[in-house]
Design a binder for this molecule. Structure first.
Ligand SMILES: [Zn+2]
Length: 378
């Protein structure tokens, strides 16, 4: 459908170019003329705009020509002119339904670019009523609902896109449910927050955020067993989040005075993720004797060097037999610690952005669930 749409959008441009070249506009365009139109629009939008403007002077009411010219103005950043042209087309009486839907779709994109989100939502919803534009219009509507935080509508649009395009939107739908759950949590409605988070987990069984959220809400209501159960599901979902979930489990075990539960959890992790620094760093914290801890860390670092392991090692007090460190050695140690602490903490697998906080929607590429703790190995 996109191909036919692209062709349709090019057709008026080809006609305009035909007029500009002195040909009969009503003649059927050859493939080479169509290709010339496309190339000109892409390579030299200024010439394409000039040709279209000339054509419109002869036929000011030609809706398709105005729509194409408006799209070119938008592409060039002249949003006001694009808006005016597309509004003028829509004001024409007796527009064909296809043309009207295209005009609404184009105007919707202008409004998005201009930041007029309410107007964009209104016209794109109208464009979505035409079967040739429904999926395209819904794709434009989805980020608008996300931007204004209307998670109910975002969910409905994602469901529509799922059926129209035949592809899964489960990942984003789970995050929308968790956004709603988070609103409930902020209103101290833990019961509804938990219901929504469980629905998110049903929607997307791989959703790490759902289990971290459930663990946190159960923790806040002192439902320790449920909290531990939710946190314990995370390592099997995505081992990159061990560094997030282990401190949470430590916190619950301390609050609930269950030191054995923490040992059991770490034992289980060691079986499957023994070389992960998050696991052996948690183990190291449980070693009371400083010298024994240093030896344990040195052994683990030798097996698999890690940033966090190195920082932990450098933060240990000097061994008894070494006495006090000399000033230059201490300075070197402090400088190295600072440098290591400035390494990326999180990484977006989609665009490579390295935020210092965990975002469920990447601030750079706007993808959901693509940011995770950065690799800790050296
Ligand atoms: Zn990203």
């Amino acid at each position: 459908m996109l191909e036919s749409l692209a062709l349709w959008l090019l057709l008026p441009l080809g006609i305009a170019l035909g007029i500009a070249l002195g040909r009969n506009p009503r003649s059927v365009l050859s493939d080479s003329e169509m290709l010339a139109g496309l190339t000109l629009a892409q390579d030299n939008p200024d010439r394409a705009i000039a040709a279209l403007t000339k054509a419109i002077e002869r036929d000011p009411a030609a809706a398709e020509l105005n729509l194409t010219l408006g799209a070119l103005f938008r592409k060039r950043g002249e949003i006001d002119r694009a808006l005016r042209l597309h509004e003028n087309v829509l004001a024409q009486p007796e527009l064909k339904p296809d043309t009207r839907a295209l005009a609404l779709y184009e105007l919707g994109q202008d409004c998005v670019k201009a930041g007029l989100l309410d107007r964009a939502e209104e016209v794109l919803k109208k464009a979505a009523q035409h079967p040739a534009f429904d999926a395209l219009a819904y794709e434009q509507l989805l980020p608008i609902h996300e931007q204004i935080g209307d998670w109910q509508q975002a969910t409905q649009v994602a469901e529509r896109l799922e059926s129209l395009k035949g592809q899964s939107y489960a990942t984003v739908r789970a995050h929308y449910l968790l956004e709603l759950a988070d609103e409930c949590r902020q209103r101290d409605d833990a019961v509804q927050a938990i219901k929504l988070a469980l629905r998110a987990l049903d929607t997307d069984a791989h959703c790490v955020r759902a289990n971290l959220f459930l663990g946190h809400v159960y923790e806040s209501t002192q439902s320790w067993e449920e909290s531990l159960a939710a946190y314990a599901r995370v390592p099997a979902q995505d081992a990159r989040f061990l560094s997030e979930v282990i401190p949470a489990v430590e916190r619950v075990c301390i609050a609930n005075q269950q030191p054995q539960a923490l040992h059991d959890f770490l034992d289980h992790l060691e079986e499957h993720h023994g070389l992960d620094s998050a696991v052996w760093l948690a183990r190291a914290q449980l070693i009371g004797d400083g010298n024994a801890q240093a030896k344990y860390l040195a052994d683990k670092l030798a097996q698999k060097p890690s940033w966090r392991g190195l920082i932990q090692f450098l933060s240990l007090p000097p061994a008894q037999e070494a006495g006090v460190l000399s000033a230059p050695v201490q300075s070197f140690r402090d400088a190295l610690t600072k440098l290591l602490q400035r390494r990326p903490h999180y990484l977006c697998a989609h665009c490579g952005f390295t935020p210092s906080l965990l975002f469920w929607r990447c601030p750079s590429c706007k993808q959901w669930g693509t940011v995770a703790p950065a690799e800790d190995s050296l």
